[in-house]
Design a protein around this ligand. Structure first.
Ligand SMILES: NC(=O)c1ccc[n+]([C@@H]2O[C@H](COP(=O)([O-])OP(=O)(O)OC[C@H]3O[C@@H](n4cnc5c(N)ncnc54)[C@H](OP(=O)(O)O)[C@@H]3O)[C@@H](O)[C@H]2O)c1
Length: 229
């Protein structure tokens, strides 16, 4: 039996990933910061709800205790993420970037991912086949940067996620730890401007969550294969 935790899974790509992994036989903890939204989402899927705000130490510690008491964790999907916009809804480019915007985005996308990963490492270390999927973005790629999307904080946060992926993979060779780019997917994050469905977007997340011990680690992939860093 494979036990999987997905952060930010009450909607969007995380929710679709939960649905798919349950269909593949995983026992899924659906992490959500809101008990109301999380309970409703979990009930609809047959997932186990666990309250988890990635920016809150106490919430993450309580989630670890819950998952540990039920038997442990094999797969962690670090999916929770935000893209901060201006009050008018615009993408915040370099001219308007403030430290506060940068901090807000990093608090969830980077420090949150580190907080959750650090807290669940002891449980993952006890798994026979531990897997971590870090939901990054194509915008994280330095090779491809500067083409199209003028925002700074969000891509920078995902570039940091990619570095974390490489270094954690190096430090924990028994674990399969990869970064994935779902592709531009219609969700609340982009006011449903994305061109893919959540079914398409979740494809690579699900694939990397199902890796066996012989799978790749320390990589950056979309549904078509490896991406340039
Ligand atoms: N959509 C795309 O085109 C696209 C492309 C590349 C990468 N991604 C990445 O894919 C991931 C999922 O995004 P999505 O498109 O599915 O967006 P979404 O529908 O907005 O879902 C984001 C999820 O993250 C949760 N979340 C936000 N802050 C949180 C916190 N502090 N603690 C716990 N959960 C938190 C949200 O919970 P609430 O409901 O409580 O706000 C929500 O469940 C993100 O990491 C995003 O950067 C998306």
């Amino acid at each position: 039996m494979t036990t999987t935790l997905i952060t930010g899974a009450n909607k969007g790509l995380g929710y679709e990933t939960a649905r798919r992994l349950i269909a593949e036989g995983h026992t899924v903890y659906l992490g959500a910061r809101s008990a109301e939204r999380g309970t409703a989402a979990a009930a609809g899927l047959g997932a186990r709800f666990v309250q988890l705000d990635v920016t809150d130490d106490a919430s993450v510690a309580a989630a670890v205790a819950t998952v540990e008491a039920d038997g442990g964790l094999d797969v962690l999907v670090n999916n929770a993420g935000i893209e901060v916009r201006s009050p008018e809804g615009g993408i915040i480019g370099a001219a308007d970037l403030t430290a506060d915007v940068m901090r807000e985005v990093f608090e969830t996308n980077v420090f949150g991912l580190v907080r959750v990963t650090h807290a669940f490492l002891p449980l993952l270390a006890r798994s026979a086949a531990p897997v971590v999927v870090n939901v990054s973005s194509g915008l994280a790629s330095l090779t491809r940067a500067g083409k199209g999307y003028p925002g700074v904080a969000y891509p920078a946060s995902k570039t940091a996620v990619n570095m974390l992926t490489v270094q954690f993979a190096e430090a924990f060779p028994r674990m399969r730890i990869n970064a994935v780019e779902p592709g531009y997917t219609a969700t609340d994050l982009n006011r449903h401007q994305g061109v893919q469905t959540v079914e398409q977007g979740a494809e690579i997340i699900v694939r990397m969550a199902r890796l066996g011990p012989d799978g790749p680690t320390g990589g950056y992939f979309d549904a078509s294969g490896p991406l340039p860093w």
